[in-house]
Design a binder for this molecule. Structure first.
Ligand code: 13P
Ligand code: SF4
Length: 354
């Protein structure tokens, strides 16, 4: 729990003090920041990026402490790719990802044993989005499976399909359906199948991609009507979305890709171009500020905020940094050795591809 003396600080004061604590800690720390983080926090990040990039930066770092301004699964991944001597800290330990929570390990194992009963488990390779628990990654690692991120999902799925494999994808139904579509495959929703009296053996037997029924509550808010409205007002507009958006929304977009892909496309766009972006609002607002020569809109009227990511505040960042200067570690995220060993198998299979 954030101590009262930090809660009472204004953002301005906390920001001033973070600068002092960060200087004191020097090379001992590396601060990683995801694109959805708020600006007051992100200004202190040594590296800013998407989940794939940040996991690679964590792996490269020799800092004693990695301060992850992101969400829980990102910090867990960082812990798994760093040495045992390094410690990973999440400034607010409750900053989770609701989508990752939609695939509890018990339910994932139950689904797999349903496949085993049908004698079909060996036909499938489990693939989990990096937005998942370390336990789910470890399960995939044990079963010969992969992790993927939004930046390399197409690469991972395409490789497996080209190798003649079939895929059980956790937990994001939209990432799997949207990515499947880009390689010409319709994913089959696992739960829908089971609710209908058990997908039917034939449906499972013919499915190339089975999709777990998880989704991101932030990206699920975007609608096709929002895109139609923007296109009506700006016929020349280009729509770019994150692959976590619902499939009907993705179908109406011109471009789809990870947060870093979105940043790159907007940075490379010509002056005067008009863009509608379907991703988290902190990133969109930052792109608006950084690209005054382009017209940029967030798709839709609802404010799509990742509220858990934004639990990382200047106050709790300051708390974990000042604690380190006092020799205390707060909010360490640590994955047990046996889980780490298996999860790394699935992570390493992904890193080998991208
Ligand atoms: P990226 O991998 O594109 O950064 O996305 C992570 C995420 O959680 C998006 O909601
Ligand atoms: Fe999870 Fe969605 Fe937040 Fe990404 S935006 S961290 S998927 S809740």
């Amino acid at each position: 729990m954030l101590p009262q003396k930090y809660k009472a600080l204004s953002d301005e004061v906390a920001v001033e003090k973070i600068a002092v604590a960060k200087k004191k800690l020097g090379d001992k720390i590396m601060i990683l920041g995801h694109h959805y983080q708020r600006d007051e926090v992100l200004q202190f990040a040594d590296r800013v990026g998407d989940s794939l990039y940040l996991s690679k930066e964590a792996a490269k770092s020799s800092a004693e402490y990695i301060i992850f301004c992101g969400v829980y699964f990102m910090a867990e991944t960082a812990d798994m790719v760093t040495s045992n001597a390094q410690k990973v800290i999440l400034p607010d330990i409750t900053a989770g990802c609701p989508m990752a929570d939609m695939a509890p390990i018990g339910e994932v194992k139950k689904a797999w044993s349903d496949l085993e009963v049908l004698g079909m488990a060996n036909d499938f390779v489990p693939v989990t989005y990096i937005n998942s628990s370390a336990d789910v990654k470890a399960f995939c690692g044990r079963c010969g499976g992969y992790v993927c991120t939004s930046a390399n999902a197409k690469m991972v799925l395409e490789k497996l399909i080209n190798d003649g494999k079939r895929i059980f994808f956790f937990p994001d139904r939209y990432l799997s359906t949207n990515t499947g579509r880009t390689i010409g495959i319709d994913a089959t929703l696992w739960e829908r199948a089971r609710d209908n009296g058990g997908l039917g053996e034939e449906e499972i037997a013919s499915a190339k991609i089975l999709a777990w029924n998880g989704y991101c509550p932030v990206h699920a808010k975007f609608s096709t009507q929002d895109i139609d409205d923007l296109r009506e007002r700006y016929p020349e507009i280009k729509i770019i979305v994150h692959p976590e958006v619902p499939e009907q929304v993705a179908k109406k977009a011109d471009l789809m890709g990870s947060t870093s892909f979105i940043v790159q496309q907007i940075e490379d766009a010509s002056a005067g171009s008009v863009w509608g972006i379907g991703t988290e609002v902190h990133l969109v607002n930052r792109l608006v500020k950084k690209n005054p020569d382009k017209k940029i809109f967030i798709i839709g009227k609802l404010s799509c905020v990742c509220s858990t990511m934004n639990r990382i505040s200047p106050q709790n960042l300051l708390w974990v940094l000042e604690s380190l200067t006092d020799g205390r570690i707060e909010n360490q995220v640590s994955v047990s050795e046996n889980v780490k060993v298996d999860a790394l198998k699935a992570l390493d299979r992904m890193y080998e591809l991208s």
